[in-house]
Every structure is written in C-alpha cells, then in structure tokens.
Design a protein around this ligand. Structure first.
Ligand code: OX2
Length: 824
C-alpha cells in the first residue's frame, strides 16, 4: 500500500500532543520524571519533542533537494554566531504559543526553560551573526543551502568583570550535551597536512603532482538543522570537529618531515578546540591556518561527494550546480583546495579546473582595516600546505602574465601590488588578493563600503574586472530580532499590518501613517516602557545597579575596538558628569548609558577602555550630587541572548564609528527596527538607515568619509582639538588623576595617551564637539514625548530594507543565481 506523503498540515502538532511528547521525552530520552526533573532536563525534553518535527522536515527537505538536484549555495564561514535555538525553532515552526500553553499546563514557563540553553557562540561579532541570519533567511526563502564551519569545542570566551577588568573564562556551550546537533559519523572525512610534493608520470602520460601528506586529520561533521520560518525547508549547518586519525606515514617520517609525533597528535585535537577571539585582526598562528584549511578541505570533500553521487566524475555540471560563498578571507584556501582536487585527484586540465573554480567562488569583504586582510608567510604555507603553495604560484603567474602584463605592460609596481605574493624579508601570501583573483563576484556589505572596496582597496582589480565588484547591503532576520525578542511590539504589528510582516518587513512601512496618532504613539511607547522595565530587572540582577525606566536608555553594544569609538562615548559621559558637578541643576533628562562589549584578550587598550567605563560607572552611580541624572552600566558577557534583551529596550542606538571604518554594522539595524533612534556617523549602513528613516529621524554627527580622508591628508593633530576645547581638555586631563581610581592615579592614562601622543588614529577628538551637540539634540527630542514617539515609530516602520531575506535575495539575483525549491 502506498503511504500517503505527510503535508505540513499533517505534521502540525496540537497542544496535547506536544505536551505528551515532552513528557515522553522527559522519561525516555532524559531518563527522569516530572517530579525530579531539573529545568535543564525539561528544556532538553522540550527540544527533543520539537526535534521530532524538525527531523521529519529535514528528511523531507533533503529528499526533495536530492530528487530535484537543483543548484545550491555553500556558505563557508569560520564563524556562525547562532545564539540560542529553542525559541527561534518554535517560532519558525509556528509552535511557540502551543508550547507555551503545553508547558503552562505542566506548571512551567517557556521563557524560563529557554534561559537554560547556553548560547552557541561560535563567532566573534557581526560577521558571525550575519552568517547566522543568512542561513535563517536561506531556509525561509526555500533555497537549497548548506552552511559550513568549525565545530569549536569552546566558543567565544565568557567575560567576567572583576574590579572593573575583563577576565576571560572558557565557554563550554556543549559541556552537558546540546540537543540541537546531530553527529554524522557516516560522513567523516580525512584531511592531509604537511609532507612533501612529488612529481610523477601520470597514467595519461605527462607529469603529475602527488602530495604525500605528513599526517592526516579526521573531520567529524555535526549537523545543526536550520528551520526556515514557516517550517517548510530545514537546511543544515554542518560544523567540522577535528580528531586524530590513525594515519601515520613512515616514509614521510623517515624523510624527516615528521618531527614530533606526540605534539602533532595533540595538535589534531586542538584544531577545532577554540575560536580565535580576535575580531578583525590576524591571529598569525599556524593553528589558525590549519583551522581554515581543515574546515575548507572537509567541506570541499563533502560537496564533491554529494556532487559525484549524482554526476559521477563528469564535472561539466559542477559550476552549474555548486556555488560557494567565502565569508571574508578566512575560507580562501578553499580555492586552491578545489583546484588541487580537480587537477591532482580528478585529472582535469588546469584551464578546465580554473574555469570551474572561477565560476563557483564568490567572496564577501567585511572590512577595509589592513590588519584584517589576512596574510600568511610563504614558509608557513610551504610547511603546512606544500601543494597549495605551488598551486597559488601557478594561479599567480598566469594572472600576472595573462591579465596584468597585457593591461599594464612593463609596470612592475602594479604587478607587485596585485600579486598574490607580497615580496620582502618575509614573503607572504595575500589571501584577499587570492580571493579577488579566484572569485567571479566580490561584494562589500553596505553601499559606502562597497564603493570604498572598489575605489580604495581594490581599484586595479576593479579596472580589470568592473563587473566583478558589487554590493549587497547586510540585513538581519526579523524573526529573531523582532518577532521573538519583542513579543509585544510583534503583537501590535500583527494587529495593525497583519501577520505577513516577518516575511515581508516592508509591510511595516504603512505604520508610518500612525506616527502622529496619539493613541498609537502611546501603545508604541508603552511597549518600549515594558521592555525597559524588564531590562531594569536584568541590569539589577547582573550588575547590582539600580536604574530607572524613566531615563533615556542609551545603548552601545558591539565588540570593543578603537574604530568603533567606545572611547568617544566614554569621554562624552565624563563631560556630562562634569557639567552636572559644576551645576547640579544642569538641564538634562536622566540618562542611562549601557555598554555591552568584549575585547580581544590581547588588545590592551580595548581592555583599558572597559576598565575605564567600569570605574566611571562606580563613581557616577554612587554620586548623590548628581541626583541620579546619570547612570553608567557595563553589562558583562555581551552575547546574542543578552542582545535580545537589550535591543527591545533601547531608546538610543550608538553607531559612532569613524566614517569609513565600519563596513556596515547590523546592531544599528536591529535597534532601529525595535524603535531606537540612532546617534551615528555617516558610516556603513547608518547612511542607508538614515535614507530609509529620513535624516531628520536620526541624530547624525561628525566627519563624513571624504572629510576624514582630507583631514588625514592635511595632517590631523589631536592637540589642536585638545587645546581649542576647554571641556575636552579637562575631561582628558581627568584620566591622569585618581578621581575614578582612588589612590591609584594614572591607571586610566593609556586612554588619554592614545588620543594625544598616540595621534588619535580614529579622530575621536575631531568628532567630540559635534557628538556632544547631537546628544543635546537627542535630549531635546526626548523631552517632547510626541516628537520622540513619532521618530521612534518611523525608525521601526522603515527598516524593511534591512530584512536579511532581502539581502539573500540580492545575493541570489546578483551572485548565486539560485532557484527556490519548494519542499512538501
Ligand atoms: C564585521 C564588520 O566589522 C561589520 O561592520 C559588519 O556589519 C559585519 O562584519 C558583517 O558584515 N570581522 N567582522 C566584521 O568584519 C570582519 C573582518
């Protein structure tokens, strides 16, 4: 008898079924009882019940994709900052309400259970979170897609604050097991490393290269199902874990290529141990290069295996079936790896292999900071990946001879600049150049950034390949960043514009017609107030600090970096404090400045800034003279789940990078979507946010990109600003005293030093006065509740462009050329 195929309708659970399933899993999967179960066990039982739904849909998706054999995108990223999955999966399966009720009948709160889940913090910041939003959107839009990354045992460090200082603790997100991941031993891969290359005679005559690996590493895949909104498509995020393999090559050992077998065994297991906590800087470690190669090689093998299952060794369809996106330069080595596999293992002619590679790969650039454009020493490459270095030399030679020489005959300077190899005392492989040369498309992540990529970073490449460079402005998933994190606002929007907005965020634009409506303003601001009241409790619980929801909540949440200019916020708060001390009646609405930020462990000045914020907070929060008008809160251990509490409660969104340095930003989009008003520079996506919301609804300040460039060209001298502005001078001089660190003068002096003797590379002092004026404007606006509500509403209602579904559709149209594939 033919079994009837289950439809989404058939799969949908009711409350009683879900309740029964949770209890069944509690007993049979978790091995406990309703009486004894811990909240953690309840959470895991709930996840197991939800997984019944997820797996059914996952299998259906995989069968459909296999049957239809459509082109798929493979998103290679060293980082995926997934956060928690429970509430997200429930929402995407339309089970949230049902689950809330089912658990309610069991005497449990769903929100409490969700708190049991550790964040999956397998990323540093914006780049990793973007990858997470993108795979959500890919599944939601029913595109065949696989995310590939590293199964780090320890994600980004947990931040503790002790006496104001950041302390890093290991993050153990899966110490007690994680219900959302599935180990797939049947798809284990073996990856070669080290060794030497031999030239031999091939079967077809001619010479052939054989890489004799010094050792091999086992890659074990863990799959995280990625549930699209609506639950039709469930794609996977496949993360590779490294293990030692039994492989041991005596020939290589005897040839001297195998030095310390014990150390190398330990290294195998170290490869996927930790995420590098350096945001936008190059760790410069052998281990990091190996991490990158490890996950790229495993992923390429996986892609090959699946392709060959259908097409065998006929690679004519490969480029039509496979698209690979390189999320920044971290996965660049996938390019020479695919060349190696096609040429050395599959015996393709170089030109045929290159034609395939070139069509398959595309590269997203996320930053212009020179320290973030990865370079590896040639000697390191030679040791770890000897065959890849040869391939890179070959790619480079052909590129320089066939493209650069004809275009700029005899121009050695241009050749040196465009070469993949940087000459000098230490010769280096430039991964950014390899990415551009080996990809059919290169995109930046916001209009201004893509323009700068084209004009400043890669101008000659843009001249060679004008059609290669493009823009895709970033976006965020409205499911996590509004529907799930701000349920009251989501409910209001459901009422006013209908329930389609989580898929079509543009629908919110019609809300602008209520921006002046008193009743709507009140509803909107009451929701903001509720979110602030919830945050007040979190702040108290996490830091012991009392704040009032009456105050303006002014939020800066992002990694700590000089270019993001937390120090500008800091010195402005100090200036406000001085004004209040000088005049306790200084006219300002009470303000709470809230920070959330991790500093890279080796970034001394960033850690000093965290310390200064905390010391300022101690002093300000306990100073009765200022009558609670100013509070400073540093929330420890900023992460996705904390962002979900901060963002709905923000009144003001601090986006204050030096113009030209923040490629896009995505927190700016999330906060505006939740009704915060941006105080920001004309940088990254702030520009597009101001375009959408209207410049009059944002507090824009500071130098723009051209002004930054010309001030730098003229020769910027921070002392000019220091001596010209007595308030600024007084604030900076405060750093030399012991006012904030009683008995320990000079503890904060490094900040002043960096802003004066250090040359203030990010023009903090140049933007101070205009930043201070913008804050005055914010204060005036806030004191007019109708005006504020109107601006907040307009901000939230006009963020439709920043839906990550729109970003994905742009990638599909401009780069990937995929067809959506209906499942079920
Ligand atoms: C970040 C960028 O700094 C940020 O501006 C952008 O929004 C985000 O990527 C997503 O595109 N590491 N993190 C980034 O770039 C790098 C490199």
């Amino acid at each position: 008898m033919a079994t009837k195929k289950k439809t989404d309708q058939d799969l949908q659970l009711d409350k009683d079924q879900l309740k029964a399933s949770i209890v069944r899993h509690l007993r049979s999967t978790l091995g406990t009882s309703e009486q004894k179960a811990s909240p953690e066990a309840w959470w895991k039982a709930t996840a197991a019940a939800v997984n019944e739904q997820v797996y059914e849909r996952l299998t259906r998706t995989q069968q459909t994709h296999f049957k239809k054999d459509t082109r798929a995108i493979h998103y290679l990223s060293a980082e995926f900052l997934m956060g928690r999955l429970t509430s997200n999966n429930l929402h995407n399966l339309s089970l949230y309400k049902i689950c809330e009720e089912a658990l309610g009948e069991l005497g449990l709160e769903l929100t409490d259970l969700c708190e049991q889940e550790p964040d999956m913090a397998l990323g540093n910041g914006g780049l990793g979170r973007l990858a997470a939003c993108f795979i959500d959107s890919l599944a939601t839009l029913n595109y065949p897609a696989v995310g590939y990354g590293i199964h780090y045992e320890h994600g980004l460090f947990r931040q503790e604050i002790q006496d104001g200082r950041q302390i890093e603790r290991p993050d153990s997100w899966r110490e007690y097991g994680n219900p959302w991941e599935i180990c797939r031993p049947e798809s284990v891969q073996e990856i070669p490393l080290y060794g030497y290359v031999e030239t031999v005679f091939g079967d077809k005559g001619g010479l052939k290269k054989v890489w004799h690996a010094g050792r091999k590493i086992k890659g074990v895949p863990w799959d995280i199902p990625v549930v699209g909104f609506g639950g039709h498509t469930v794609n996977i995020l496949r993360l590779w874990e490294s293990r030692a393999s039994e492989f041991f090559d005596w020939d290589v050992f005897n040839a001297g290529g195998y030095i310390d077998s014990q150390a190398e065994k330990a290294q195998a297991e170290t490869i996927s141990k930790v995420l590098y906590p350096n945001d936008e800087t190059d760790a410069g470690k052998e281990l990091r290069l190996i991490q990158q190669y490890f996950f790229c090689a495993c992923s390429i093998k996986d892609i090959m295996r699946r392709y060959k299952r259908v097409h065998g060794a006929d690679f004519r369809n490969f480029a039509a079936q496979i698209a690979i996106q390189l999320n920044d330069t971290h996965p660049t080595v996938a390019i020479p790896e695919l060349m190696r596999v096609l040429v050395d293992e599959e015996d393709l002619h170089w030109d045929a292999a290159w034609a395939i590679c070139y069509q398959v790969f595309s590269y997203t650039n996320h930053t212009l900071l020179p320290e973030a454009l990865e370079k590896w020493s040639v000697s390191l490459f030679e040791k770890v990946l000897p065959r890849h270095l040869e391939i890179i030399y070959e790619i480079n030679a052909r590129f320089l001879n066939e493209l650069v020489e004809p275009k700029w005959p005899g121009n050695d300077a241009i050749k040196a600049k465009l070469s993949i190899i940087e000459e000098g005392d230490v010769r280096k492989v430039r991964m950014g150049n390899l990415c551009v040369i080996g990809s059919s498309k290169v995109n930046g992540v916001a209009e201004i950034h893509s323009k700068l990529v084209k004009e400043d970073l890669f101008p000659e490449y843009a001249e060679l390949w004008p059609e290669k460079m493009c823009n895709v402005t970033n976006g965020v998933t409205p499911r996590r960043w509004l529907l799930a994190c701000n349920p009251e606002l989501a409910a209001l929007y459901n009422e006013v514009v209908g329930k389609e907005w989580p898929l079509q965020l543009d629908k919110l634009r019609s809300v602008t017609k209520f921006a002046d409506d008193k009743a709507f303003q009140q509803q909107f601001m009451t929701i903001k107030r509720h979110n602030k009241e919830k945050l007040v409790k979190v702040i108290k619980a996490e830091t012991g600090i009392d704040v009032s929801a009456e105050a303006i909540f002014d939020v800066q949440i992002k990694r700590l970096h000089e270019y993001k200019r937390q120090q500008l916020n800091l010195i402005h708060i100090m200036a406000l404090y001085r004004r209040l001390l000088a005049n306790p009646d200084y006219d300002m609405h009470p303000r709470v400045f809230i920070f959330g930020s991790k500093a890279a462990p080796g970034y001394k000045l960033a850690k000093d800034i965290i310390y200064a914020i905390n010391k300022l907070a101690e002093r300000v929060n306990n100073d009765a003279r200022i009558q609670g008008k100013l509070k400073v809160v540093f929330m420890p251990n900023y992460r996705v789940s904390l962002a979900e509490k901060l963002i709905p409660a923000a009144d003001v969104s601090e986006q204050i990078s030096t113009a030209g340095y923040e490629a896009s930003g995505t927190g700016n989009m999330k906060m505006a979507l939740n009704g915060a008003i941006t105080i920001g520079t004309l940088d990254g996506a702030n520009i597009e946010i101001a375009e959408e919301a209207g410049a009059e609804n944002c507090a824009i300040f500071g130098l723009n990109v051209d002004e930054v460039k010309s001030l730098k060209a003229r020769g910027y001298n921070p002392y000019d600003f220091y001596y010209a502005n007595s308030e600024l001078k007084a604030v900076l001089d405060w750093f030399d005293t012991d006012y904030f660190t009683p008995g320990r003068p000079g503890e904060l002096a490094s900040i002043k030093r960096s802003l004066l003797e250090g040359g203030d590379p990010y023009l903090t002092l140049a933007d101070f006065a205009s930043y201070s004026e913008a804050h005055k404007l914010i204060d005036t606006w806030y004191r007019d509740p109708a005006l504020w509500a109107k601006k907040a509403i307009i901000n939230s209602a006009t963020m439709g462009k920043f839906n990550s579904d729109r970003s994905i559709q742009d990638y599909v149209d401009r780069i990937w050329k995929l067809k959506s594939c209906n499942v079920g």
